[in-house]
Design a protein around this ligand. Structure first.
Ligand code: NAD
Length: 375
């Protein structure tokens, strides 16, 4: 059988709900749907609007707590396609210390599914995670890549991973018993601009970019690394993630959860090497082996996604990190300039007329020639 059509179709006349639109992936999804000509997008998040990473004035932006059934009914009402990207989550530091909060996200998916069933939404996308995979399969840094079957017998990440595995099953049974057309992707570490890079919810790529940028800006050429630096992961750039979400959601035949991740596996030390090279610095490394570090080795086996779509995430880590580092560096240097009280002199006002994105943090433009940025 040929792989599913390489092109995926977004019907611009349908109405789309993006739950978690104030977050990293949800914000990029809204931006992408707009670019594809979708006219009716409902963007929902629990955060106050001024904390959304991306916000667009030509979109219906709503602040709601989607753990509540009535809020989910109001959010889903009139929508054809539902993307559930809302969850209380963060990097290892957050999920290891907030297991109950992570598990409460089960209410979001349960109530969104219930509402989608009631209104007869035509598609329902759920963002699952590589954290569903059994810990026993991830004990070595030479992990050859997790295959979908490695989720069972169940031994997922405590808290966050259990919630994801349960919600995957809920999607399956709503499809089998109630006919809700659910599609589930298991994301492996997604990174890129317009996401968390400080405050405790950031993940490794953003944290490393911030620490390297900080070292550069401060002149203190030392970096703390969580773990011994030998643990391995793969990282998927946000554009590949959005591309994959469309393929999964538009698929006619895909029923089971599949990996959506990069198969380019690196150690955390190699991740730091790349960011240092981009930044043009070399830092002394201090390893904090007591910090949260997660499983020893994890990557995505892409056999199934390739069979299904003839496609897999392919943006190189080097390319994606260049864009991510540049964005985080600019956030930090703009803030530094702001602290110095000179921001107004250096940064041109960002256009925010109808149709233009309004970004939460300061503009990425700086005139400080001393802070040469990767393009
Ligand atoms: P994010 O934290 O940036 O975005 C999640 C958004 O959900 C946040 O803006 C948050 O305010 C919102 N939210 C939380 N509780 C809510 C509620 N009760 N009602 C409404 N909104 C609520 O995270 P992200 O990186 O964009 O992740 C999106 C989805 O992808 C999540 O389900 C996450 O578990 C999954 N995922 C992400 C990654 C990754 O590497 N980023 C990896 C695996 C899975």
């Amino acid at each position: 059988m040929l792989p599913e059509s390489i092109s995926f179709s977004i019907d611009p006349d349908e109405t789309y709900l993006v739950a978690g639109a104030g977050g990293f992936i949800g914000g990029h999804l809204v931006a992408d749907l707009r670019e594809r000509g979708v006219k009716r997008i409902r963007a929902v998040d629990i955060k106050p609007r001024n904390q959304w990473f991306q916000r667009f004035s030509d979109v219906e932006n709503r602040v709601m707590n989607l753990q509540e059934l009535e809020a989910c009914r109001a959010a889903v009402n009139g929508c054809d396609v539902v993307y559930n990207l809302a969850a209380d989550m963060g990097g290892m530091g957050f999920i290891e210390n907030n297991k109950a909060l992570c598990m409460l996200s089960v209410l979001i998916n349960t109530h969104l599914l219930t509402a989608a069933r009631e209104t007869g939404a035509s598609r329902f996308f759920y963002a699952s995670s590589a954290c569903v995979y059994a810990a026993g399969k991830q004990g070595s840094e030479d992990n050859p890549g997790l295959v979908e079957a490695d989720a069972y017998p169940a031994e997922p990440e405590d808290g966050y991973g259990w919630e994801k595995l349960f919600s995957e099953r809920m999607c399956r049974h709503f499809r089998e018993d109630f006919g809700v057309e659910t599609r589930v992707a298991r994301f492996h570490n997604v990174y890129g601009p317009h996401g968390s890079w400080e405050g405790g919810r950031e993940k490794a790529p953003a944290a490393i970019c911030r620490k390297v940028a900080q070292a550069r800006l401060s002149g203190n050429h030392e970096i703390e690394i969580w773990g011994d630096g030998k643990q391995t992961r793969s990282f998927m750039y946000i554009d590949d993630c959005i591309n994959g979400i469309h393929r999964f959601t538009g698929s006619r035949h895909l029923m089971e959860p599949l990996n959506l991740g990069s198969s380019e596996m690196v150690s955390i030390d190699q991740l730091v090497d790349i960011v240092e090279e981009i930044a043009g610095v070399r830092l002394r490394r201090r390893y904090n082996v007591d910090a949260p570090k997660g499983v020893r080795g994890r990557s995505s086996d892409n056999t199934r996604i390739l069979e299904t779509f003839g496609w897999e995430p392919s943006i190189s880590l080097r390319d994606g990190l260049e864009r991510t580092y540049a964005w985080i560096f600019n956030q930090m240097s703009a803030r530094t300039a702001e602290d110095r009280g000179v921001l107004r002199m250096f940064i041109a006002p960002k256009a925010s007329s109808s149709g233009e994105g309004e970004h939460r943090a300061a503009s990425a433009e700086t005139a400080d020639a001393g802070l040469s940025l990767p393009s």
